[in-house]
Write a protein that binds this ligand. Structure first.
Ligand code: AMP
Length: 436
């Protein structure tokens, strides 16, 4: 059997790749209005960045990271040796840690400076069990705003994400926006204890995985897919009843901004998200129909301690990421037609081989004049050249045969209206102008 792509990875075939390019362009356009500029960080980072930034006990770091290793280091390991910790590399499972690392490394937010508003787009890698909407390599678009802790940053980011979904064809009415606050290092420890105590009271009803994690991070139980655990955690203490005054004020202000913008949201006290770095605001956008369990198309939140975790000075941050492939599934479920990759303004067909050199020259000249042109390269019959022109979506066709070579004129056929216009083959600019 021919070699297949690795498990959980997919090719973006031309129509989808074209959509990915447009998706990124739309993101740059929408986010640009909010002051975001592009940053590109490496796909591979030192493993310790993710361990310190995302958290050692998270699923993403403890189970799902792909290690990248050079041939030399692999040999060292198989020979029983070890590799320096700075040589331990992982493929990025998400974009935030790398962007925050770059902000700290290049001092992009000097003290007192305006916030850095950064956006990125690219592949992420997680060794998850593949299923529909859950891949091992997937594409995300994301933003990070570093240097401001005002709730207006969070609200602006959430509104911007919803505007982006609208712009790519996912209406707000097809989504549900969940929000919550995770509190901060002042109020979360006591809350965590309250959840742990609640779980201990209900330990006979919880799954082993939840009980095992109860000590390290009891809040993970809110994410458990087990129905019994979900029912138990529905009545668990709510973080919003345990927030300190400043976290409560921050959360109330975020919601007030969202209310003022007319955005509908659901407060979900079970929304904790899988990464350790979140403080205060967390949110997720889900598609309401046709997506099964992998219905989250984007999410994020505030991470005011992350810059310090990776060795920088205290720099508050807020960000989100959205999954391209999940958006494609959402659009497909909604029956949206995808744009076709490639364009063809003019197809030059040949009635007989003698016209080929002239067809070749005309196609080159039209391309040089900035238009997409194509011809047959497989000695097809005239009939199948017309079929090809149709398949390519050619807007116009010129057919060259012995008559056209003699007279130096041909007919330009508009494939939509079937209108025919005589053209002078020597006057390429007139032909190009007629393609408008
Ligand atoms: P997360 O960092 O897990 O919040 O991911 C942000 C977004 O990326 C999610 O809402 C999904 O749309 C997408 N995403 C996360 N993990 C995967 C995956 N394994 N496969 C496809 N998309 C994913």
């Amino acid at each position: 059997m021919a070699i297949q792509s690795p498990e959980g990875t997919f090719d973006l075939l031309p129509d989808e790749a074209e959509f990915w390019a447009r998706f990124k362009a739309t993101a740059a356009e929408v986010f640009g209005r909010y002051g975001y500029v592009t940053i590109e960080t490496p796909i591979v980072e030192r493993t310790e960045l993710f361990v310190r930034g995302i958290g050692e006990a998270t699923d993403v770091v403890s189970k799902e990271m792909f290690t990248a290793i050079s041939g030399e280091n692999l040999k060292r390991l198989t020979d029983g040796g070890s590799v320096k910790s700075s040589s331990r590399l992982s493929l990025r499972p998400e974009g935030t840690a790398g962007v925050v690392r770059a902000v700290v490394q290049h001092d992009l937010v000097p003290q007192g400076a305006a916030p850095a508003k950064l956006m990125y787009a690219g592949q992420m890698f997680r060794a998850e069990r593949p299923q529909k909407g859950r891949q091992r390599q997937f594409n995300q678009v994301g933003i990070e705003c570093l240097g401001a802790e005002a709730p207006s940053v969070d609200a602006e980011g959430i509104i911007m994400l919803m505007r982006f979904f609208e712009a790519v064809g996912i209406p707000v009415s097809a989504t549900r926006l969940l929000v919550n606050s995770m509190g901060c290092e002042e109020c979360r420890p006591a809350y965590r204890e309250a959840v742990r105590a609640y779980m201990a009271e209900h330990e006979t009803q919880l799954c082993e995985e939840c009980l095992r994690r109860a000590d390290i991070n009891p809040l993970r139980a809110f994410d458990c897919k087990n129905e019994r655990c979900r029912a138990v955690m529905d009545s668990a203490p709510k973080i919003t009843d345990h927030l300190c005054d400043s976290c409560r004020d921050h959360y109330e202000a975020v919601k007030a901004y969202l209310d003022a913008a007319g955005l509908t949201y659901i407060e979900d006290h079970k929304l904790v998200r899988g990464l350790d770095y979140y403080t205060r605001t967390v949110f997720e956008v889900q598609v309401t129909e046709g997506m099964g369990s992998q219905n989250a198309i984007g999410g994020g939140g505030r991470y005011d301690k992350l810059a310090q975790e990776v060795g920088g000075r205290a720099t508050p941050g807020f960000g989100f990421a959205l999954g391209f492939e999940r958006c494609v599934l959402a659009l497909r479920a909604a029956g949206v037609e995808f744009p076709r990759a490639g364009t063809c303004d003019l197809f030059v067909a040949c009635a007989g081989d003698e016209a080929r050199p002239q067809a070749f020259a005309l196609v080159q000249a039209v391309r040089d004049a900035g238009r997409a042109a194509e011809q047959d390269h497989q000695a097809r019959s005239l009939k199948s050249q017309f079929k090809l022109a149709n398949k390519l979506g050619a807007r116009y066709v010129i057919t060259l045969g012995s008559d056209e070579l003699v007279t130096g004129t041909a007919v330009l056929r508009n494939m939509e209206t079937h209108e025919e216009t005589p053209v002078d083959l020597a006057d390429v600019s007139a032909i190009v102008a007629a393609l408008e």
